[in-house]
Ligand binder design. Structure first.
Ligand code: WTA
Length: 631
């Protein structure tokens, strides 16, 4: 079994060993899994190209490790416990045995539809068990899954399908979210009308009684292709370095990029980090509230928990439906032991009042987790007091789509916790802080740019179809290290606090969004001449989206603001809707024509008394006008 750290001494020793001898450390972790043949080398790497391989030559299938390997000991244990959007509907449970059967049936159906190893399959689905089953079915046959969060627009979906050159989309007819019904298949149809020329089949899961448009050429019902299949499906043998999935995420420039993860290292690291960060034991019930459309759902709803033989809760709905007590009601109902959510959800529920959690019995909770954005002190204390009742260690976990798994976190009950601090590296994680010139900051009590100087098994290998972009984004800022894009502080005792992005990436309600991507969407509006987007502090969302827009002058403000939001929703999705839109006469630019975002950020954040030097601007006079026009 994957090693589980059990004391502070054990943590210190494991960390030391993992740094002194990473090869031996990760090799011994990997040995606890099922492999068909052993690797040739544990690690080959250089960060310049970059070229990274873990356990190369080793043959495995991750689903055998998630499913088959557990059948003997815990075949009847619940693997997935599904809680529907509507609390009056029935909970669905899949034991490990049942899940294996469903995955095999679905894998056989995909094969019959012509999907072979290496093909890309895009998912655009609600949080229902079929999504986890479909993802695992792809992994079973070596197809590469790419899950697109179902809140993205038809355009955003089409962009991802085209980039991945996917052969199949798997979606539902409708999604249920709170009291809304979202016409998912219609959005897929729209994407198909735009482009998606590589798509041969659209598989539709029946999830409602509504009618949908149907195209006999491409569309097939999930049940029609899956129901009659055999429950046996031999797992495709994959090299440890074969691609497992692509997940699109926003960067500071251009369109979202497809982060590529491979089979072996991802498996070893997500299992190890799951067992240790959550201290999962025995028959614990573990619940992560993320969506499988994000990396958190991949690593800590599906892969990590299943690799560790855990019971993982999957929730279809939203935290405020039918009321603001829903999360706590679910914790009580399923006797949840480990609960993992995002600061934005904590803040939103905190605003609804402490009477909501007070109605429920939360005594089963052993620890609480936070992920996706910095957790502010107020939310940390509320979480601790009203949910954990002062008895549950809070783990503030820092990581990224690119890191595949949790990199910095306290270990609950083992290391100490400090509000707003993600604190300590996981074993195998070699952090470094650098200043803007690239000098390594060795001492404590400093702030710098967060880098990682040694490979870890679940790190990204490339960005799909564009290796140069991977190099440029992560490995070129400083030579020889992976640059995270985040700034961090190290306190006097060595704990890390991640402050936030230092590049042009926003974190809105825990969702990553590039300012360039947002500006491109805004610029699609026919009356927009130029735009600049920045983040500003937002009580619930962490960061809000502030857009400065120069128009052609022919617009009525209210009409324009409304239509601009519509355009952004069309181009990206509702999560990208600007919170504030200021129609501006000009934007502050340097003499070389670059927008000075620093100034725009200060204005949007009401920090105009610390604007700094504006004399280098080409047009310093726009600053006063921008301040006067602030919305
Ligand atoms: C931010 C989510 C502070 C950070 C798993 C990172 C955090 C980006 C934390 C990655 C945290 C994530 N404290 N900031 N505990 N966790 N972030 O790819 O800026 O959606 O670079 O992965 O979220 O977001 P992503």
């Amino acid at each position: 079994m994957t090693y589980q750290i059990s004391s502070l001494k054990d943590y210190n020793e494991t960390l030391a060993e993992s740094i002194q001898n990473p090869i031996r450390f990760w090799e011994s972790q990997a040995e606890s899994f099922t492999w068909h043949s052993k690797w040739d080398t544990v690690l080959e790497w250089e960060f310049d190209t970059p070229s990274i391989s873990w356990f190369k030559g080793g043959k495995l299938n991750i689903t055998e490790n998630c499913l088959d390997r557990h059948i003997e000991k815990r075949g009847d244990k619940v693997a997935i416990l599904w809680e529907p959007n509507d609390p009056s509907e029935e909970v669905v449970k899949y034991t490990y045995k049942q899940l294996l059967d469903e995955v095999c049936k679905t894998a056989n159906a995909l094969k019959e539809q012509g999907i072979v190893k290496g093909d890309r399959v895009v998912f655009y689905m609600p949080m229902v068990p079929a999504l986890a089953i479909g993802v695992l079915a792809c992994a079973r046959i070596g197809a590469i899954h790419s899950v697109v969060f179902a809140g993205f627009s038809a355009q955003a979906l089409a962009d991802r399908v085209d980039d991945a050159q996917a052969k199949m989309i798997i979606c539902s007819d409708y999604n249920n979210r709170g009291n809304k019904k979202i016409p998912v298949k219609a959005i897929v149809d729209e994407a198909m009308d735009k482009s998606c020329n590589s798509i041969e089949k659209v598989v539709v899961l029946k999830n409602s009684d509504e009618d949908i448009n149907w195209s006999d050429d491409t569309d097939v019902w999930w049940h029609a292709i899956v129901e009659e299949q055999s429950t046996e499906c031999a797992a495709e043998l994959m090299d440890a370095e074969d691609v497992l999935f692509i997940l699109y995420t926003s960067g500071s420039t251009g369109k979202p990029k497809g982060v590529v993860h491979t089979c072996g290292g991802y498996m070893v690291y997500t299992c190890f980090s799951f067992k240790n960060a959550f201290q999962y034991k025995g028959d614990d019930v573990y619940w992560c509230t993320a969506d499988i459309g994000w990396i958190t759902g991949h690593s800590y709803i599906v892969y990590g928990p299943l690799l560790a033989g855990a019971t993982t809760v999957m929730f279809e709905g939203v935290p405020t439906f039918p009321d603001a007590g829903r999360f706590w009601e679910i914790c009580e109902k399923h006797r949840v032991n480990q609960f993992y959510t995002a600061p934005t959800a904590i803040r939103a529920l905190m605003a609804k009042g402490e009477e909501w959690p007070a109605k429920y019995d939360l005594s089963s909770l052993k620890m609480l987790g936070s992920v996706g954005e910095p957790i502010n002190a107020e939310a940390w204390h509320w979480y601790d007091k009203h949910i954990g009742k002062g008895n549950c260690p809070i783990i503030d976990t820092w990581w990224q789509t690119e890191t595949g798994g949790i990199m910095i976190t306290p270990l609950p009950g083992i290391t100490d916790t400090k509000p707003t601090y993600a604190s300590y590296p996981m074993p195998g994680v070699q952090l470094e802080l650098r200043d803007a010139e690239g000098n390594v900051l060795e001492q404590n009590g400093v702030e710098g740019l967060l880098c990682i100087k040694f490979p870890w098994p679940s790190m990204l290998r490339t960005t799909w179809g564009d290796h140069a972009r991977c190099k440029k984004t992560y490995f070129s800022t400083f030579e020889g290290v992976y640059f995270t894009g985040d700034g961090a502080r190290r306190d006097e005792e060595g704990r890390i606090r991640v402050i936030g992005r230092v590049d042009d990436v926003l974190n809105v309600s825990g969702h990553r969004m590039g300012t360039a991507e947002l500006e491109n969407a805004i610029n699609e509006h026919p009356n927009v001449i130029e735009s600049a987007v920045v983040g500003y502090p937002h009580d619930i969302k962490g960061q809000g989206i502030y857009a400065y827009v120069i128009t052609d002058g022919t617009v009525d403000r209210d009409e324009f603001v409304k239509s601009l939001r519509t355009v952004v929703v069309r181009e990206i999705g509702p999560i990208a809707k600007p919170d504030k839109i200021q129609i501006a006469g000009g934007l502050p630019k340097t003499r070389s024509g670059k927008i000075m975002r620093r100034i725009l950020r200060k204005i949007a954040s009401d920090e105009t008394d610390s604007l700094g030097d504006i004399s280098t601007l080409l047009n310093p006079d726009v600053v006063d006008a921008l301040i006067a026009g602030k919305v």
